[in-house]
Design a protein around this ligand. Structure first.
Ligand SMILES: Cc1ncc(COP(=O)(O)O)c(C=O)c1O
Length: 422
């Protein structure tokens, strides 16, 4: 191992603290943490010169590949003008343009207001607080409860975490945020008194952190109908599903659903910089018109960061110039084929969960004492040039949208070899 790699690992293990990371395993002598030093297209290189396909799109963020000249140039050009100026008390051209382009994805008179923040969690936090204050300012203060789905994930800030339904992450923090009822599906809504409910929050089409579990077709449209009939707001968390991941620009478009709040992050900047947006309607925004007593008191220092906005504008341009959405069906069909082949060759594959460019490969346990953890398989795949993660015993395969057929074959080939060794 190179001296500098050793030095970086030592400093990491002594001073670093990684998210969602069991620490005994991280610092165990047999574990070699990777130091990623470069990226190009779907590929990542570590400090030892080894190359990996980015099979997890750098935690579901990267869309057009790493180091895309067009996005790099947009960020560099923006740096030459200004890296950051406050969105509090002033605007800037890149925020104006990006807000208009995001609103332009939806029919006129629907999602026409855009509130920027930094991450998926803050996009959700904004929707929650806006919905709460909206009810206070529209004469329905009793509607403060939220409904979320079991095993859902919406981020880690306290409000977003209250919505989270993954017990192992969130149970210790229960009761600290807004009142939330968790239901398992549409049937669970029937037991609730809608008059006390502010909004329902859902990851549309597929729950990501819940091991890539896909909702039944039509469920989103049905939920929209239920919300309309009950006067309940609909918050769609498209932090993972947005920007082409499910095969359309936004997942909600597949069921012709327009929410009251749409939360976007991760892929918004092409996955290059932290940037998030919460889109909402004129009806919601109108409730905040008036004087200081009606304003939305929420914001972060880096809200609408110009570098992030420039990257996002360049990413949206690439969607057009690369004809990204047009090319997706071919890629999606190839993933279907490759993963069906993988499942047929390896009896350890229990189920393939699919939604557009998103795949979850669920594994059977290898023995009765198996902790149902796909980490070992991911480590084996890493030796064959694929970097990805497992959520419990489900291995995620979610490469950037620009992945070629050959690259997909490489990724599935690495899983094939890893499974053969397991
Ligand atoms: C559906 C969903 N919502 C929210 C988040 C939180 O986003 P962030 O990690 O950017 O705060 C995630 C992250 O994985 C997510 O998948």
């Amino acid at each position: 191992m190179r001296e500098e790699t050793k030095r970086w690992i030592e400093a990491d293990q002594r001073h670093g603290w990684h998210p969602f990371t069991p620490y005994d395993a991280w610092v165990a002598p047999e574990h070699e943490p990777l130091m990623i030093v470069r990226g190009e297209g779907v590929w990542l290189w570590d400090s030892e010169g080894r190359r990996y396909l980015d099979g997890n799109s750098s935690i579901w963020t990267n869309i057009h590949g790493h180091a895309r000249a067009e996005i790099n140039r947009a960020i560099i050009d923006q740096l030459g003008r200004i890296a950051h100026s406050s969105y509090l008390g002033a605007g800037h051209p890149w925020g104006s343009e990006l807000a208009a382009r995001l609103a332009g994805f939806f029919p006129r008179g629907t999602l026409e207001r855009v509130f920027f923040s930094d991450d998926g969690s803050t996009a959700v936090e904004v929707a929650l607080k806006m919905a709460m204050q909206f009810r206070m300012q529209t004469g329905e203060p009793q509607r403060q409860g939220f409904v979320a789905f079991e095993n859902g994930y919406h981020g880690d800030t306290l409000g977003a975490a209250s919505l989270g339904g993954v017990a192992r992450f969130f149970d210790r923090f229960r009761g600290l945020g807004p009142e939330v009822r968790h239901v398992s599906g549409m049937a669970g809504l029937a037991d609730l008194d809608p008059r006390t409910i502010n909004a329902v929050v859902i990851e549309p089409l597929i729950q990501g952190v819940n091991e890539m579990r896909v909702w039944p077709p039509g469920m989103l449209a049905e939920l929209r109908k239920w919300c309309d009939a009950s006067g309940v707001l609909l918050i769609l968390d498209e932090v993972m599903t947005g920007f082409g991941r499910t095969g359309t620009m936004f997942a909600c478009q597949q069921e012709d659903v327009i929410p009251d709040f749409l939360c976007l992050a991760k892929g918004l900047s092409g996955g290059y910089l932290p940037l998030a947006a919460t889109l909402t309607t004129a009806k919601v925004h109108d409730a905040f018109r008036g004087g200081a007593e009606r304003a939305f008191y929420y914001g972060h220092s880096f809200t609408a960061n110009p570098l992030g906005c420039a990257a996002a504008l360049a990413s949206l341009d690439l969607f057009e110039s690369d004809r990204v959405l047009e090319l997706l069906p071919g890629r999606i069909a190839r993933i279907d084929e490759l993963l069906a082949g993988l499942a047929s060759r390896h009896p350890r594959v229990a189920e393939i969960r699919r939604c557009g460019m998103i795949s979850g490969i669920a594994l059977y346990p290898v023995s009765a004492s198996d902790p149902r953890d796909g980490t070992a398989l991911c480590l084996a795949a890493r030796r064959h040039g694929l970097l990805t993660r497992a959520i419990r015993d489900t291995v995620v395969l979610m490469p950037p949208l620009c992945v070629t057929e050959e690259e997909l074959e490489h990724a599935v080939g690495a899983l094939d070899r890893a499974l053969a060794e397991s």
